[in-house]
Design a protein around this ligand. Structure first.
Ligand code: 5GP
Length: 256
């Protein structure tokens, strides 16, 4: 622990955190037996007494959506239109899909390495989703924030709830399909899934929609361009919050 810098980019005490805290964990088995997400770690009050620092230094912009809602496409367009935010690359134990690159789409880890990272306190939140671990690496978030960018976390609903518990000032956006029928049609249109898988994904999407009410913003992906603009609008508005603009008034008044 002594080798760790005392504080990370978000301003919380790394040494303390690795000693006391493992992270926030949840389990999601594709909607069959949804285990309630739990959040470990924030209760001791030691980490986010630096809340102000978190708010001033960078925004945690969490985006979730059921499969088939176009989350990846929307985010790809979002990143083309702003260089102020970066994607916090998650870690996962699932195998890479065709075209996925280690370190860009995910950090692909073995279960042993992933578990070790949890033990070392390197994972901010993690979940077990469809039999694989997925987790937000503190390092991924830190690197973005330190480079002056905001961190976009593309994570599932329970992970998002855990982030909100740990960082109430995080901004949570849920991307919705215009209707469940449209979603089912889109999943079918991909032509890559079996009928059983499509039903399972639609059922899962219904479960995930239950969480939408806990998010700060809802973006409907009916028209791709509009959805991207909506996401950008939310991002820009969040950046203008007075809490994130400490010192601005003093600067304008020439007091700083
Ligand atoms: P996929 O296997 O399709 O890439 O991802 C499955 C689900 O895991 C998606 O909903 C994705 O957003 C979510 N996910 C990806 N990374 C993380 C993470 O770091 N934490 C959590 N909680 N979910 C993640």
């Amino acid at each position: 622990r002594r080798h760790l810098p005392k504080k990370n980019a978000l301003g919380y005490n790394l040494r303390q955190r690795t000693r006391r805290i493992i992270g926030a964990a949840s389990r999601n088995d594709c909607g069959k037996n949804r285990a309630k997400g739990r959040s470990g770690g924030i209760k001791d009050g030691s980490i986010f007494d630096k809340k102000r620092t978190v708010m001033e230094k960078g925004l945690l912009f969490v985006v979730s959506a059921p499969a088939g809602c176009g989350k990846d496409t929307i985010l790809a367009e979002f990143f083309k239109k702003t260089d102020k935010a970066g994607y916090a690359v998650s870690a996962t134990t699932r195998a890479p899909r065709e075209g996925e690159i280690n370190g860009i789409h995910y950090h692909f880890l073995t279960r042993d390495v992933f578990t070790e990272k949890i033990k070392l306190g390197e994972v901010l939140e993690y979940t077990e989703y469809c039999g694989n671990f997925y987790g937000t690496l503190k390092k991924s978030v830190d690197e973005l924030i330190l480079s002056g960018k905001d961190a976009v976390l593309k994570i599932e609903v329970e992970g998002a709830m855990n982030i909100k518990k740990m960082f109430p000032e995080a901004c949570l956006v849920f991307i919705l399909p215009p209707s469940l029928e449209t979603l089912e049609k889109r999943l079918r249109g991909r032509g890559t899934e079996t009928e059983e898988k499509i039903r399972e994904r639609t059922r899962q999407a219904k479960n995930e929609l239950e969480f939408a009410k806990n998010y700060d913003y809802l973006v409907v992906n009916d028209d791709l361009g509009e959805a991207v603009e909506d996401l950008l609008a939310v991002f820009r508005a969040e950046k203008l919050r007075k809490e994130r603009r400490a010192g601005l008034l003093e600067q304008i008044r020439g007091e700083k």
